[in-house]
Design a binder for this molecule. Structure first.
Ligand code: ADP
Length: 605
């Protein structure tokens, strides 16, 4: 017999389970039944591909109460566990991610655990000793025993049937809690009906008659299911303690018939940005699970969707390779994509608040979808995007931008920066405010890439307020052009001073009260340069930047005067002006000491 300690994470979760006073303890049974059902699924699926596995079709989950010995047993004829599996699955909880989620999100409320899929360990909420007798089809029988904190032991046993029997020794009653309730048949029946009714295998309790209806939730009639039931199913199945933002339940008859039950989570799953996160829907063939994460059913930009699809038109032993080309699966995937999109559009239209919450959680995913694959899917997604409008001071769609556009305006203007408030202070924004043009404020790193992938919206081009070719007033532009021509030599001298980073210095009329700004020429903007320089690539991509000086600001006269009287000082001024323009853009200075010395010298004069 091997005596072992639990791995550290498991031990901590275990402690929480053993000592939890407030948690909804009822869920322990749901967890064990769900494991049993999964184990049967696995065995029946394996038997399709491996002819050596002999099964009879009499799958069931039997529960028995032995009041005298304070024991509940849960027996299944599923796949069982080999010695290694037993060790890996019940010796550690690391896979389930519950604990890391709890810590990352700083969840103090212990009750959260009760609503979460905590799995096997939740049995320790009600038991002081758990025995697991199990046999896999390709190993001997083994028994795992644990009384919680002081570890567990594994030993070989004689066990004939494939499957698992779990025996829980129920804790003695304490003042705060009557554990004996779990030895009551009535109470257990209630729990099973409440949480596990849809399980497709018969669940029996102290008798031969199944107490669950065995109709999977997704096959039930929509109007027979209430929201609570949908949500409860979601919690158990997809291990999320929060209710989903939306449930989509559809049933399609025709060329390809299927039922789908899809959920839009209300927050990003804890492992969403983990490289191991896998998108996909569970795939059932006539109620039998054939794949846990069928990627083919979801496009990348909807990878946050949780759910399942059940179709009677799929072959049971379909392989992964075949699945990829399977016409039926492709058809279902197309339909599902349309359905999700339609649901999101409706939400956008009728439940703006909910949509905004959704967008805060998953908007990035949609933007990425627009940008990815050279904008191939942009038309599907463009109307689902939201951006901050300067005029309305809230998130709006591109359609709403166009609808509120001035007749004279023929472009969609946008500005990029770290935050709404910072963009709002950008010198380049001033003239738009004066003209009462709306500007989309983009604050996320993907935003500008998304806009560039879109290229245009309903025939209107997107223009960055910091781009070089922005022409708002023809008359004034002519004047500025002349001014630049007249001062060509001076501007050339100034450019020499900052030529490492700037390819032109010129006067501008785009600024109202601010003295300087940086603009760019070409497809790379300053914001994009910031994003790309943060990426781990050797070659640094630079925006082609222009230092623009407000022709109507007193600083213009000052530099013209210096050009005549003191060229050395003009060079110093140029450095300072350039430094200011960088700081306004949220860029750092390469030479802060030099700039600070120049300024100190100036002000001490
Ligand atoms: P989860 O079900 O979320 O993976 P659990 O802690 O409930 O986490 O179970 C851990 C693992 O132990 C399962 O993934 C499964 O491989 C195995 N397991 C649990 N119960 C059984 C069972 N009745 N039969 C076979 N394997 C089981």
């Amino acid at each position: 017999m091997k005596k072992k300690q639990f791995k550290a994470e498991s031990k901590r979760l275990l402690d929480l389970m053993i000592n939890s006073i407030y948690t909804n303890k009822d869920i322990f049974l749901r967890e064990l039944i769900s494991n049993a059902s999964d184990a049967i699924d696995k065995l029946s699926y394996r038997s399709l591909t491996d002819k050596n596995i002999k099964i009879n079709d009499d799958f069931k989950i039997s529960i028995n109460i032995d009041k005298d010995n304070r024991e509940i047993t849960i027996t299944d004829n599923g796949c069982g566990m080999t010695e290694t599996e037993l060790e890996n699955n019940l010796g550690t909880i690391a896979q389930s991610g519950t604990l890391s989620f709890k810590e990352e999100n700083d969840i103090k409320d212990i009750d959260v655990i009760g609503q979460f899929g905590v799995g096997f360990y939740s049995a320790f909420m009600v038991s002081d000793k758990i025995t697991v007798e199990t046999k896999s089809y390709d190993d001997k029988g083994y028994m795992w025993v644990s009384s919680g904190a002081d570890g567990y032991s594994i030993e070989e046993i004689d066990k004939e049937d494939i499957g698992t029997k779990i025996t829980l020794h129920i804790k003695e009653d304490v003042e705060e809690f009557k554990y004996s309730d779990y030895l009551d048949e009535q109470k257990l029946t209630e729990i099973i009906k409440r949480y596990s009714d849809y399980i497709r295998y018969p669940i029996t309790l102290n008798s031969e008659d199944p107490i669950n209806s065995m109709i999977p939730l997704w096959k039930k009639n929509k109007n027979e299911i209430d929201e609570k039931e949908y949500n409860e199913f979601y919690h158990t199945k997809f291990l999320d303690f929060e209710d989903p933002i939306k449930t989509i339940h559809t049933s399609v008859e025709g060329m390809c018939s299927y039922n789908a039950l899809l959920y839009i989570p209300s927050h990003t799953p804890f492992d969403f940005y983990n490289k191991d996160y896998k998108k996909g829907l569970q795939l059932y063939s006539n109620g039998v699970l054939i794949m846990d994460k069928c990627e083919e059913l979801l496009p990348d930009y909807f990878s946050f969707i949780k759910g399942l699809v059940d179709s009677s038109d799929l072959s049971l032993n379909i392989s992964r390779e075949i699945l990829q080309q399977d016409h039926q699966v492709q058809l279902i995937a197309k339909n599902i994509e349309k359905k999700i999109k339609k649901e999101l559009e409706d939400m956008l239209e009728n439940e703006r608040e909910t949509y905004i919450n959704f967008f805060k959680a998953f908007g990035m995913q949609l933007k990425y979808g627009v940008y990815n694959n050279f904008g191939m899917n942009k038309d599907i997604l463009k109307d689902l995007l939201l951006f901050h409008s300067s005029k309305q001071n809230k998130l709006i769609t591109l359609k709403e931008y166009i609808e509120n556009m001035d007749d004279k305006q023929d472009k969609i203007y946008y500005a990029c920066g770290e935050s709404i408030s910072k963009i709002d202070l950008m010198p380049q924004i001033e003239q738009f405010k004066e003209k009462e043009y709306d500007v989309l404020y983009l604050t996320e790193y993907l935003d500008e890439f998304t806009i560039q992938a879109l290229m245009e919206y309903e025939g209107k081009n997107f223009v960055n307020v910091s781009s070089e070719n922005l022409l708002l007033d023809e008359e004034e532009n002519k004047k500025t052009k002349e001014e630049n021509e007249k001062n060509k030599d001076m501007l050339e001298l100034m450019k020499e001073v900052v030529k490492d980073n700037i390819h032109e210095v010129k006067f501008t009329n785009r600024l109202k009260s601010h003295p300087v700004c940086l603009t760019t020429e070409g497809p790379i903007s300053i914001e994009m340069e910031k994003v790309m320089s943060a990426m781990p690539v050797d070659e640094k991509i630079k925006a082609s930047a222009i230092l623009e000086i407000n022709e109507n600001h007193p600083i213009s006269d000052k530099i013209k005067q210096l050009y005549k009287e003191d060229k050395e000082q003009l060079k110093e001024y140029t450095k300072v002006l350039y430094a200011q323009a960088r700081l306004i853009e949220g860029l750092t200075l390469d030479n802060p000491t030099e700039i600070s010395n120049i300024i100190c010298n100036m002000i001490s004069k």
